[in-house]
Design a protein around this ligand. Structure first.
Ligand SMILES: [Zn+2]
Length: 291
């Protein structure tokens, strides 16, 4: 027990030192950019709605909510990103790549990054280390088969990973993780050494504002305008600090008409600021590793 407490303290201290040192270099983005932005989309499709992932069963209405992502939202998102000339990162469960190959290929063909997000969206914390390893292998194989490129980025389904997930990811050749909330800026892990972390946060995730299902009756769905205001606050503060904004979105959520319009306006607004480096997780992680 004491060993684990010691390990946790060492890990937190290590991360804190790296974050402090990166904060001092915060303005040093490429080409004298003022801040970095990554737009990320978790293309979960039906996988998040399965009651039983092995049997792939679920309420047809909920499953159709998931299918909206690849069927309707992705073409809108690709057209929006194309219009703004931005490349983004799509975290894709391998099951989705296998079942919507044309959609996933269309994302890769448009120049965006395809990154790993499990196979059937089962949280690694529910798996044994052997099962986790198998999931990583399947995920790499299927994503490479469909997109033509080996994935380098990893986001755990539901951000819920085990003690061994990050080490396995590094061993399998992933260069970055986008799962943790312990920093404002990207940093490099000490354990596993060299793995870049692109930190996330709930405030920059579309799900807390818009996620709704048959068990959510006590929840309020936010207006797109209110979420745009929150994201603008976050962007402004990060811009002032020469920082980083990592948006986590879900095509089935952000792809609805008023929300995609909001995203369009938000991107347009960010582009009015000078020196905003909008890039993919993979490119940003490369830059952090070189630095
Ligand atoms: Zn997901």
């Amino acid at each position: 027990m004491i060993y684990y407490v010691f390990r946790l303290c060492a890990r937190l201290f290590g991360a804190a030192v790296l974050v402090l040192s990166l904060n001092a270099e915060a303005a040093e983005w490429p080409d004298r950019a003022t801040m970095a932005v990554t737009l990320t989309f978790d293309l979960d499709a039906e996988t998040v709605w399965w009651n039983d992932a092995d049997k792939m069963t679920g309420n047809p209405s909920s499953l159709s909510q998931g299918a909206y992502g690849p069927k309707v939202a992705i073409p809108k998102i690709l057209s929006l990103l194309g219009k703004h000339g931005i490349t983004a990162t799509f975290f894709v469960p391998a099951w989705v790549a296998e079942n919507y190959p044309d959609t996933v290929r269309s994302i890769a063909d448009a120049g965006h990054e395809i990154a790993a997000h499990g196979v059937k969206h089962i949280a690694p914390v529910q798996l044994t280390p052997e099962q986790e390893l198998e999931v990583f292998r399947q995920s790499i194989r299927l994503l490479q088969q469909v997109s033509g490129k080996r994935p380098v980025g990893y986001r755990a389904p539901s951000w819920a990973f085990s003690d061994v997930t990050l080490s396995l990811a590094a061993e399998q050749g992933f260069t970055y993780s986008s799962n943790l909330m312990d920093a404002d800026l990207p940093y490099v892990h000490q354990d596993p050494a060299g793995l870049v972390e692109l930190p996330v946060s709930w405030v920059l995730d579309d799900a807390p504002y818009f996620w709704f299902d048959e068990d959510s009756w006590n929840k309020t769905i936010h207006s797109a305008a209110s979420v745009k205001a929150i994201w603008q606050e976050e962007f402004s503060a990060a811009y002032r600090d020469g920082g980083y904004l990592n948006l986590t979105m879900h095509p089935q959520i952000i792809g609805r008409p008023a929300r995609i319009q909001m995203l369009d306006e938000f991107i347009e607004w960010m582009k009015t600021f000078e020196g905003v480096w909008m890039t993919t997780g993979g490119e940003l992680a490369n830059y952090i590793r070189q630095e």
